[in-house]
Design a protein around this ligand. Sequence first.
Ligand code: TXA
Ligand code: MG
Length: 343
Amino acid sequence: MKPRIFKIDPYNIDHDLLKQAVAILHNRGLVAFPTETVYGLGANALDPRASAGIFEAKERPLDDPLIVHISEKDDLYRLTKEVPTKIQKLIDLFWPGPLTVVLEKTDLVPDIVTTGLMTVAVRMPRNSIARKFIELAGVPIAAPSANIFGRPSPTTAKHVLNDLKGKIDVILDGGRTEIGVESTVVKFQDGKVVVLRPGGVDIEDLQSVAGDVTLASETSDLANSPGKYPQHYSPSAKVVIVGNDSRQSEKVLLSAWEMKSYGLSVGILAKQEHADKYRKFKVKVLGPQNDARTCATRLFHMLREFDAKNVDVIISEAISEKGIGLAVMNRLRKAAGPADALR
Ligand code: TXA
Ligand code: MG
């Protein structure tokens, strides 16, 4: 059965529609909802059977824990044991917003939500629909991104529908998401804030509040964390990345002509400044090279658009890893998979 789609105006929220969605949620239903990062697939986080449904719908491995979403900061203290001062400072500044904190969990959090870990990931989103929905639900909401596991995360209700129709009950359609890549996930270890996944909050901004912030390497101690699956966020097409240097567009063209000569259909994901050079190919603009925020908003959307055009390979230009550019490049590298090797 097709999910019911409730169109919600984020500036003038229809509470009756949200209450209908809440009733379905409390009946162990799955409700997709917009956040400022990407769409989430929500279930009652305090109900293990409801949360189990998320794994089934997404075809998500049972060892990949969910993020628990709350509507007020105080809810954090019921779900977690101790909040270190540095993490508290980050919360004070970046909540509500695209920051997820991993902390030791209390017994209130069912094991399935954390896939048996002693820790739980918590986030308070700032999207008005998400906030109101969680508030009306009166319970925390477990929600991963609302895509089939491994696919690019959804930034529109249509993306959710494409991946999950027949498997979920409701989609709250609040339009395109603002940030376009997922939240920054942090934990506290040995007195330091460690970033497990770069995302909507820039590392530079975390550093200005919490001092020394380290980025967990994508190869080291990331068991049970976001870097665990080397291939992720992938469209059906193969993704190839071309390094961000002065010969970038030359190298893109060389690769594109070479692949075309093998009979492959080529799509190029380009910086706005370079797009004209690639006229002979299917080209999509990621964004201006000095505007990583725009690139972030468009990334997953463009990967899905290339899939709709049935290209065999997407050649993507790398962008600078400053600010949210780090998250953009993290997602692009995962989309390319373990063997991507920058060209
Ligand atoms: O922006 C976002 O974070 C979106 C929206 C919907 O809030 N959600 C999202 O969820 O991206 P998901 O499930 O696609 O990614 C959550 C990541 C997972 O890769 C998981 O490994 C990590 O957070 N995570 C969850 N609980 C964890 C824990 N206890 N320890 C370490 N990592 C954890
Ligand atoms: Mg995800």
